[in-house]
Write a new protein. Structure first.
Length: 694
């Protein structure tokens, strides 16, 4: 295959921007980097003044080599890496460059070892805390490898990829890549003349091939616009393939472990896939002048956004970034130039309001958006520069306009206070793409209006000077950033502003309103709380004190007139309760930790088991009756034993009872009779005899 043809084709391909990487390595090769003729010393922020484009967009032009490829930010936004050189004979004379975000230093990092080169798209894997790696190939495309940048300049570790089918026969080398979440697997998309697009997985530590699979049944041309997306939160690899001529698009899902094909969606013609959304549920695509977010499982359209309707000769759009908070999708348009496609000015499209398209002043080459501050770095130039040098794009950083929150200011009536907001990417002159202004509210933030310079207000760009009066003590002030392209400061239908606005600040009079209560006592679920009164101190003459609170547990309320917290809590836990006091001088809030304990449960009393023991029955002792024995006469066969005694063993129980009773009665009669006889004898003997006895 012709090397120039390969290089040219690589420049056409849209490649995936990298993810984080931490790699183990196999074999080390150290090479001395080639000197960078265009970078004689580090370039710092002090020597890079902000420049202003038509419309007010602020940017910096880095002192870079004449020719640079796309750069890519690291995942923490502290640096960006890319390739550059003085000759357009890429890749022999290009080397890796590092842009430091904090200092604006652009430093040559390293040259690849002899015999190795990088694709025209650098295929970088910048990691937040780890090294920087990239996919490289031999100058003759005979083999591919992972190159890992060491700590010293020029120190690269090369891990060659083995058993690679993408190097055999009519196969064409890596056209897209991606890493899994932990950096242990590298997925490479390549093209084969016999079977079309294929995907391979490699162990990043050893370079061994782990799996290889076709991505669809469609044979795609080597000039096709192919993309590969590796889910970082899920377990799939998403491949989109599109023929460069009819652009019939296919979305193919693969398992990350086995590369087994999980599903395929056949799209309509003239569809070009671009990038996966943050939720990893859909792929942004362009179909003519319509931008759609397609579900990767069902193929359903999740969103549809009209693109520009008034750009002549528009044939294709490539969305490359979205920022939901600012209602923007950022897109690179491509125009029909007859013999070859022509890049047009970068645009942003509103995600919620149809036909709202905003154009940047630059033509850019594959920008990368900083995940932390929203800046973009890219080879970028004005359309008027096209004739001067069609191939050379200056490396520029487009600054996302922002403003810091102003602070409250203390003062008394008659004083002069100053609010300030540190702005970035905005100039005093401003413009539709980057503008800053002060706003004021006289009704506690319900409505806002731009500050008008008068006897009480002096506006100096991002500084606002206010004379303290009884009226200005009641007002709030904020900064507002507005930008058509970046999606800041747009006025919405409900009167609010989309993003861009800072927090509000106000003048706090000396000795003004303050919440003096230090802590809130603890409570318990199911028991009455307090009541507890939150105390406040007010400036002399202040009136209209009212209270509110957020975060109170269910069951507790605050009295808006007295600040008394009462009720019966229903849930336990440590609650963050913010109490707010408001009077005619302002508002103040204080956050407390309120601890509510679980409801106390009564102790469980366990009674011993009750056992029933049957009473012990003791037979009474057998005693001998002292009464004289009684003999009852009877005849044989009439209940006696023949000896004249009653039988006690043969008769029934009733007979025995009767016999016993009769014996007792007889004994009693005999005893009574004997006593009677003795009494009569005593009386007959007379008194004299009786006395002798005494």
């Amino acid at each position: 295959m012709n090397t120039k043809h390969v290089a040219r084709t690589q420049k056409i391909l849209g490649l995936i921007l990298g993810a984080g990487l931490t790699l183990s390595v196999a074999t080390a090769i150290t090479a001395v980097p080639q000197p960078a003729t265009a970078i004689s010393e580090s370039v710092t922020a002090d020597s890079l003044p902000q420049q202003v484009a038509p419309g007010g967009m602020v940017y910096k032009t880095l002192e870079a080599p004449t020719f640079t490829g796309p750069f890519q930010y690291t995942s923490d936004g502290t640096a960006a890496y890319g390739f550059g050189g003085e000759s357009d004979e890429y890749p022999e004379e290009w080397q890796l460059l590092r842009y430091d975000v904090a200092t604006d230093d652009l430093t040559p990092v390293a040259a690849l070892p002899d015999g190795w080169a990088a694709p025209s798209y650098p295929e970088l894997f910048p990691a937040q805390d780890g090294p920087v790696g990239l996919l490289v190939h031999r100058n003759d495309f005979s083999e591919h490898a992972i190159a890992l940048l060491g700590s010293a300049p020029g120190d690269f570790t090369i891990t060659e990829l083995h058993d690679a089918q993408m190097l055999a026969g009519d196969a064409w080398g890596a056209i897209a890549k991606g890493l899994n979440a932990d950096g242990t697997r590298l997925f490479v998309l390549y093209w084969d003349a016999a079977s079309g697009s294929r995907i391979a997985a490699y162990d990043t530590a050893t370079g061994e091939q782990l799996a290889d699979s076709p991505t669809s049944g469609v044979e795609t041309d080597e000039g096709g616009l192919n993309k590969l997306f590796v889910q970082q939160q899920g377990s799939e690899v998403i491949v989109t393939t599109a023929d460069d001529y009819d652009r019939t698009d296919h979305i193919v899902r693969h398992d990350q472990d086995t590369l087994e094909q999980l599903g395929i969606i056949n799209q309509h013609e003239d569809v070009v896939s671009s990038f996966m959304n943050d939720e990893e549920t859909g792929v942004w695509q362009a179909n003519g002048t319509v931008l759609t977010l397609t579900d990767i499982v069902s193929g359903a359209t999740l969103e549809s956004v009209p693109g520009p309707q008034d750009i002549p000769d528009l044939i294709r759009m490539t969305p490359f970034a979205e920022r939901r908070s600012d209602d923007r999708l950022f897109v690179l348009p491509v125009l029909d130039g007859g013999k070859e496609d022509i890049r047009s000015n970068m645009i942003s499209v509103s995600l919620t309001e149809s036909q709202r398209v905003f154009q940047a002043p630059f033509i850019v080459w594959d920008p990368s958006m900083n995940p932390e501050n929203g800046d973009m770095i890219a080879p970028a130039k004005y359309p008027s520069d096209e004739e001067e040098n069609a191939e050379a794009y200056p490396l520029r950083v487009l600054l996302n306009p922002t403003a810091a929150d102003p602070s409250n200011q203390n003062g008394s009536v008659g004083d002069v206070v100053e609010f300030s907001s540190e702005t970035r990417g905005i100039t005093a002159e401003g413009g539709p793409d980057a503008n800053f202004r002060w706003q004021v509210s006289a009704d506690d933030g319900a409505t806002w209006a731009d500050v008008v310079a008068d006897a009480q207000h002096v506006v100096d760009f991002d500084t606002l000077t206010v004379t303290v009066t009884t009226e200005t003590l009641k007002r709030q002030y904020r900064g507002l950033v507005s930008s058509a392209f970046w999606g800041r400061g747009e006025l919405l239908d409900d009167g609010s502003v989309r993003s861009g606005q800072t927090a509000a600040a106000r003048i706090i009079p000396d000795g003004s309103l303050a919440i003096t209560t230090e802590t809130l006592p603890a409570g318990k679920v199911g028991e009455g709380y307090g009541p507890v009164t939150v105390e406040a101190s007010q400036v002399s003459g202040a009136s209209g004190l009212s209270w509110s609170a957020t975060g109170l547990p269910e069951g507790l309320v605050i009295d808006p007139a007295t600040g008394v917290i009462s009720g019966t809590p229903k849930v336990a836990g440590d609650m963050e309760v913010t109490v707010t006091a408001t009077d005619d001088t302002g508002t103040v809030s204080k956050t407390f930790t309120l601890s509510i304990a679980e409801k106390t449960k009564p102790p469980v009393v366990t009674e011993p088991p009750v056992t029933t023991t049957p009473p012990t029955v003791t037979d009474p002792p057998v005693t001998t009756d002292p009464s004289p024995s009684v003999t009852v006469s009877g005849k044989p066969g009439s209940g006696t034993n023949g000896s004249g005694l009653a039988s006690t063993g043969d008769g029934p129980p009733v007979a025995l009872l009767w016999a016993g009773g009769a014996a007792l009665l007889a004994g009693a009669v005999l005893l009574l009779a004997r006593r009677t006889v003795r009494g009569k004898q005593a009386r007959a003997e007379g008194p004299a005899e009786h006395e002798n006895e005494e």
